[in-house]
Ligand binder design. Structure first.
Ligand code: ADP
Length: 468
């Protein structure tokens, strides 16, 4: 429970509220106390001025006349006037000041004459507010006038305020925390629902979705995002299932052929040449299995992000020409003419090893699938490299059967083979274009296939050129 978001939200809320109330209470208390204490300040300054006026009638303020004493007695506040220098004699003290213990502070005496200062003293028996002002007599004698007012009426309201604050603040925090806990529970209830429903969705029920939210608030957006995530999971799970099924199917083919070749060879004693033929046929299947395993490994490593694509300036035209040259023997053997006439110098940013693989896979298909477009014509593959609008373009066209319209996008999927290509099953597995598409994507480029108007297919690759 203590780890629940609801509890932590309430705790934070209560803590913040308590801190705010504490600051508010302390400030309020301080303000009220300040106002109560300085309530008499104006009267104290006036009284001090009256004392000074009386004293100014004297040459040296030492021997006050009776009328002057009577005037000072009538001021109504406790008044004390004493000498600062010498023995610090007290010249005058109002009659009722004896009952009050006034802690005298001579620091005020250092202030220039007339510049008074206020103090709040915890005198006995009550709090005192004192105004002290230095005085210099006509004869040059320095003294200090203190006018004091008892603040007996201040502590009582302050105590009530303190009590009210101390009682009310915790109560307010407690009530708000309870309210906050309830509100947090209400606000978070949909999250609990979503969690429960999401928990029920497993690998076998990825087709299920969370119920669409009523409002497009935070929870609504969370549900939408989770649904989109489940949809992505579902499609990659499906792709993975398809991939595994296709992969095992592709592996079973050559294995079954190998098995039957071996069974036939062993069914009865044979000539050496027959064993050699059987082994050669098994060897072909082993090659095919090795090719499949290598291509699968490339795709698996690419999926896991374990193939680092380095970006260096690479001459696409040079790489293409080299790959074309490596295909010349095979093309000649199959009677296909390779034509790489429009090859401009283009430098793209990429990884030469993988760009070579890309060109290889496209040419491999083109040579494999090319057939005479028209009777009597020689099958041909034409290759073009050009730069257009900041992109390096590679075009590989052939005179083969082309690609059925509905398969144009799907041929880049793993293990996908268009029907027309079934007759070539012995040669490909349907991974070459997936690898080509991955290489292009890893380079930040694009690849697409189209059918040429006069027959055959055209593959175009666009790669970002290197900024030199
Ligand atoms: P593979 O060539 O091993 O079958 P790919 O991934 O290279 O696999 O190609 C997938 C499919 O795309 C091929 O089986 C074929 O149907 C189609 N395809 C690829 N290149 C061509 C092409 N040049 N002409 C016609 N169809 C092609």
């Amino acid at each position: 429970m203590f780890h629940a978001l609801r509890f932590r939200l309430t705790l934070w809320y209560a803590l913040v509220l308590a801190a705010v109330l504490a600051v508010f209470g302390v400030s309020l208390y301080g303000l009220v106390r300040y106002q109560l204490v300085r309530h008499h300040d104006a009267a104290l300054t006036e009284a001090a001025a009256a004392v000074a006026r009386v004293l100014s009638e004297q040459e040296d303020c030492e021997h006050l006349t009776d009328s002057q004493r009577a005037e000072l007695d009538g001021i109504g506040h406790l008044v004390l006037f004493h000498e600062v220098e010498g023995e610090g004699r007290v010249f005058y003290r109002s009659p009722d000041s004896a009952a009050v213990e006034i802690p005298l502070d001579s620091r005020a005496a250092t202030a220039p004459a007339g510049a008074g200062s206020f103090d709040t003293l915890s005198g006995k028996p009550e709090l005192l507010r004192m105004y002290s002002v230095p005085y210099r007599s006509r004869a040059g004698r320095r003294g200090l006038i203190h006018v004091v007012h008892g603040l007996g009426d201040v502590p009582a309201p302050l105590a009530s305020l303190r009590l009210a604050l101390l009682l009310m603040a915790p109560l307010a925090v407690l009530l708000s925390a309870a309210g906050g806990y309830w509100l947090a529970g209400r606000a978070l209830a949909p999250v609990d629902d979503v969690t429960r429903l999401a928990r029920e969705i497993g690998a076998s029920s990825l087709g299920r979705r969370l119920p669409p939210p009523k409002a497009q608030d935070e929870i609504g957006r969370l549900v939408d995002t989770l649904n989109q995530m489940i949809a992505r999971l579902e499609s990659s799970f499906e792709a993975m299932k398809r991939f595994t099924a296709d992969a095992s199917h592709e592996l079973r083919g050559p294995l079954a052929t190998m098995r039957s070749a071996i069974d036939v060879a062993l069914s009865r004693p044979r000539e050496h040449s027959e064993y050699r033929d059987a082994l050669a046929s098994v060897g072909e299947d082993v090659d095919r299995l090795r090719d499949i395993a290598e291509e699968l490994l490339v795709l698996a490593r690419a999926d896991a992000g374990r193939i680092a694509i380095e970006r260096h300036p690479v001459r696409l035209d040079v790489v293409t020409t080299e790959v074309v040259e490596s295909f010349e023997a095979l093309a000649a053997e199959r009677g296909v003419s390779l034509c790489a006439r429009c090859v401009e110098a283009v430098t793209v940013a990429g990884d030469e090893r993988w760009l070579r693989q890309l060109v290889f896979n496209l040419l491999d298909n083109a040579v494999k699938f090319s057939a005479p477009a028209k009777a009597g014509e020689r099958p041909s593959v034409s290759i073009e490299v050009a730069e257009d609008d900041g992109a390096g373009l590679l075009r590989v066209a052939d005179t083969g059967p082309g690609i059925p319209e509905q398969a144009l996008l799907r041929i880049f999927e793993r293990f996908y083979r268009a029907d027309d290509a079934r007759s070539y099953q012995g040669e490909g597995v349907g991974l070459g274009l997936s690898i080509a598409a991955w290489v292009v994507e890893a380079h930040g480029g694009r690849i697409w296939a189209a059918n040429r108007p006069d027959g055959g297919s055209l593959f175009t690759v666009s790669l970002p050129v290197a900024r030199l």
